[in-house]
Design a protein around this ligand. Structure first.
Ligand SMILES: C[S@@+](CC[C@H](N)C(=O)[O-])C[C@H]1O[C@@H](n2cnc3c(N)ncnc32)[C@H](O)[C@@H]1O
Length: 312
């Protein structure tokens, strides 16, 4: 795996959001190269602790190296953040002061051709973040019906040519490599060079994104982790989530909004739901986005949105 330094998106903003302090306990559920984790360790010196999770064994090995100066204060596990409650129980931690999730794929994963995330290199069509995922992208493109592929590419990729692309994929099957998939997509895309000038992205961008989200069940994972994260926080503890896709951001936003309102049943109506006090306070109602300077240095940060909530 490419070991080049990874620029953590919204780095300062994450540290500011979590306000790490000495003696605090923190979770980084998407460790990657450990950039945000390092900031948390520095800010919580000398004795703050961190649980770091990633499903990708290669990312974990790099993070372990990058975080070596803090090894006596960190606990790393190759595990999904969807198992957050179990991981905390295993450590014997009842509650934590802050949790960060920086969703999606890392630049290290995109930049490692043999992982199959990039349409710029020929490689087996894999796209799994970790070995726990049951299906590869090749499994999906070869097994799904044309209709299922079109829906997936439209929904997760927001690709308006989803039907055409799904038809081309089905025609080109079996597909085993990124190059074969790109060729199928390009066969129905107006090519100007290999980039679509009108949309300023490669015609395969959206289809690759959609497959990655499906292979790694990214949206379902976010839905699973949110209630666990809320339960794990101490009062005053903070949850900071960076998303890169509007569907991810919607899930986070709806959860934060829902939990930040008292749920009171109107008088004289049959009561179906237990009344409940708000459990969270939204720290920022509008998502925080990277500065122009950050996106200039790191184009991947372009679509990032940070939402922060505090447990009441
Ligand atoms: C954007 S990177 C994180 C970068 C990190 N914040 C840093 O500063 O270096 C996202 C990471 O989350 C991991 N990941 C994705 N889904 C996961 C899940 N369900 N559980 C744990 N890790 C996950 C990916 O393997 C990837 O390494």
């Amino acid at each position: 795996m490419n070991d080049s330094p990874h620029r953590s998106v919204l780095y300062k903003e994450i540290i500011h959001a979590l306000q790490p302090h000495a003696g605090g306990r923190y979770v980084d559920g998407t460790l990657g190269a450990g950039g945000h984790a390092r900031g948390i360790m520095e800010a919580s010196a000398p004795d703050g602790q961190l649980l770091g999770l990633d499903v990708d064994p290669q990312a974990l090995a790099i993070a372990r190296r990058n975080l070596a100066p803090y090894e006596h204060r960190i606990h790393l596990a190759q595990a999904s953040y969807t198992s957050l409650a179990a991981q905390l129980a295993q450590l014997g931690w009842e509650a934590v002061d802050g949790i960060v999730l920086d969703l999606g794929a890392s630049s290290m994963q995109f930049d490692t051709p043999e992982r199959g995330f990039s349409f710029l290199h020929d490689a087996p069509l894999d796209m799994r973040f970790g070995p726990h995922s049951l299906q590869t992208a090749a499994d999906l493109v070869n097994k799904y019906s044309e209709r299922e592929l079109a829906d997936l590419i439209f929904q997760y990729g927001e690709e308006r040519d989803s039907r055409k692309i799904a038809r081309a994929i089905v025609r080109a099957r079996p597909i085993h490599t990124t190059r074969e998939l790109v060729a199928a997509i390009e066969s129905v895309s107006p090519r100007r060079g290999s980039f679509d000038r009108l949309r300023r992205v490669h015609p395969a961008t959206r289809t690759f994104q959609a497959l990655r989200i499906a292979v790694n069940e990214e949206l379902a994972s976010i839905e699973q982790v949110l209630p666990q994260a809320l339960a794990a926080l101490k009062p005053g503890g903070r949850l900071a989530i960076i998303s890169f896709h509007s569907l991810e951001d919607r899930i986070v936003k709806d959860f934060f909004r829902g939990q930040s309102k008292d749920r009171v049943n109107p008088p004289y109506e049959q009561i179906y739901e237990a009344e409940r006090k708000a459990t969270l306070k939204e720290v920022n109602r509008k998502p925080i986005v990277p500065s122009d300077e950050e996106t200039q240095h790191n184009p991947r940060a372009r679509s990032a949105k940070l939402r922060i909530a505090e447990k009441l």
